[in-house]
Write a protein that binds this ligand. Structure first.
Ligand code: PXP
Length: 246
């Protein structure tokens, strides 16, 4: 059965929209763990649009499950990973102009850069995963350059119209089986929702699903009523005396 890595980037997105201190992804990671997260995933982007270096530092100290750092294959990020030592690094492609990670990493054309990077990270016991499309050439190359994990991009499945979804699902199943036969361990994620996750969770051989947007959206949906009610009770019953001694 697949485990669940919760991506908490969107919590930091809300904080950064106001450049303030709340919501803080660090205590929220603890709540995600209380809810049963098997791991916490964050993407430290080059432009620091959501997760900050400080978040990563504190998460490394406080996460009790497993910390998975998504990052681009750059020198800056490599140095941060070697200093932070997360349980896992997932290498992803990164474009400044994209809203979220768009396609998988082209490990075939970048193998000369990726191979030494994978080795360097593994030397300090960081597990390395490559976020790739369900494509034979990419899977073979991931194996060839020595990664122990791949994360299969489920975006095409998630975005497919219903009549195309069985085809995308079959591709993910077949890619998982192929990767496993090479000895690779397989995670998957991107675009998974409460509506489409079950078929992916049922694929034999997938170890972990990384899910972010839909969980944070659901957290707003299930938490908003209580949040408004707490604010209303402060407005209706202000505790001014307690605060200012009046
Ligand atoms: N896996 C990877 C490699 C990602 O880049 C992302 C998005 O940051 C996810 C999983 C989670 O995707 P979503 O937010 O759509 O669940």
């Amino acid at each position: 059965m697949a485990t669940l890595g919760v991506n908490i980037d969107h919590i930091a997105n809300v904080r950064e929209a106001r450049q303030t201190i709340e919501p803080d992804p660090v205590p929220m990671a603890f709540l995600a763990e209380l809810g049963g997260a098997d791991g916490i995933t964050v993407h430290l982007r080059e432009d620091r649009r959501h997760i900050q270096n400080r978040d990563l530092r504190l998460l490394k100290e406080t996460v009790k499950s497993r910390l998975n750092l998504e990052m681009a294959a750059t020198k800056e990020m490599k140095d941060i990973a070697l200093k932070t030592l997360p349980e896992m690094v997932t290498l992803v492609p990164e474009k400044r102009e994209e809203v979220t990670t768009e396609g998988g990493l082209d490990v075939f054309s970048k193998k000369n850069v990726l191979k030494p990077l994978v080795k360097e990270l593994q030397k300090v016991e960081i597990k390395v995963s490559l976020f790739i499309d369900p494509d034979h050439q990419q899977i073979h190359t991931a194996h060839e350059i020595g990664a122990s994990f791949i994360e299969l991009h489920t975006g095409a499945y998630a975005e497919a119209k219903w009549e195309e979804q069985p085809f995308e699902l079959a591709k993910l199943k077949e890619s998982t089986a192929m990767a496993r036969s090479l000895g690779l361990r397989v995670n998957a994620g991107h675009g998974l929702t409460y509506q489409n996750v079950e078929a992916i969770a049922a694929i034999e051989g997938i170890e972990e699903l990384n899910i972010g947007h839909t969980i944070i959206s659901r957290a707003i949906a299930v938490g908003l009523k209580e949040a408004v009610s707490e604010m209303q009770s402060l407005i209706k019953n202000p505790r001014v005396e307690r605060l200012f001694g009046e």
